[in-house]
Design a protein around this ligand. Sequence first.
Ligand code: SF4
Length: 384
Amino acid sequence: MTPDAILARCRALVAEPLGAIATRWRDGHPGGRAVAVYPVWAPAEVLHAGGVLPLALLGGGSSVELTHADARFQSFVCSVAKSTLELGFQGHVKGVDGFVFSNICDVARNLGSIYRRNFGDAVVEYLHLPQNSTSPAVVPYLASELRRLAATFEAAWGLKVTEPALEASTATYNALRARIRALYALRIATPHRLTTPELYTVLRAATLAPPDEAVAMLDTLLATLPEREGRPRDRLRVVVEGAFCEQPPLGLLEVLEDAGCYIVEDDFLLGWRWFRDDVPTSGNAFLALAAAYVNRAVASSTRHESREHRAVGLIEKVRRAKADAVVFTPAKFCEPALFDYVLMKQGLERAGIPHMIVEFEEKMWTFERTRNEIETFVESMLFE
Ligand code: SF4
């Protein structure tokens, strides 16, 4: 199969409502369930080990009009929270058996409660992720929280998560993350072979497909992409940072690249490539996953990390991707991203790395102003 054929399949999957994907999965896996997880991270391995298909719950983008959610949230709340709620009211997630939210911010906390109150037919669980990375108690605490999550779904549906099953699922997700890392490495090396809107679509499809199918699809893509036609252009290599939860419109990514950038690193769909390397699979599986969360996770605005400055992970990313600059893309009203922006900006300035900021929201229709700003930024760097 060619990269273009794979991309066409990915686009079709991404366009389907989550409820339809969940229903198809259950029809093909009698007794199985599908659970949608809100960003940024949730233990897909734990769900998968119990016979559940994990799905990314990422709001409605530009596909839903807000007709009910506005009445449940203040006007100064990010779009992804509102459109995720709207998906429920408009029936787009009907067929999904459960939802997982976590304590990434106050908005997400409330969203979990509102879901539970309004969509009582589904199992809605809330994961309390640790906010302390140095206490010796943190790993056992998180392991017990992961066991509690598994117990909730076992109590609801009788789907037990055993240690061997969790080890096998961890290996499956290690394989998926390794392919995603390889795809990112390929884009760093040859960004002209795979545009960022294309990479994003593939990644998003990987969060909706059964993980073994996603691995097979990525293997084919990785094998065929080096043969794809493409001519390198003289563009600014940038890291896009700040879109770890609400996802930017594809139009914005297209404008960024059309205006003279190669996006060579980003933080889209971060929860699905959360670990820097493989999670160990020999030994206590819950404890291993919890320890990986504390010690092997990527830097993120929603994971409190007291051991290093917030800019360190970003600067490392810039160096690794051989990038020239950073484009901050916080979603409007996203407090974690906007608070971190100040710290990251200071760190980049100390390191002499140029940057600019482009705020976005899901329903952004015109990008002309953004295009002008990016073109000016690119020209100031390429022709200075
Ligand atoms: S976009 Fe930001 S504010 Fe909104 S739910 Fe996500 S982390 Fe919270």
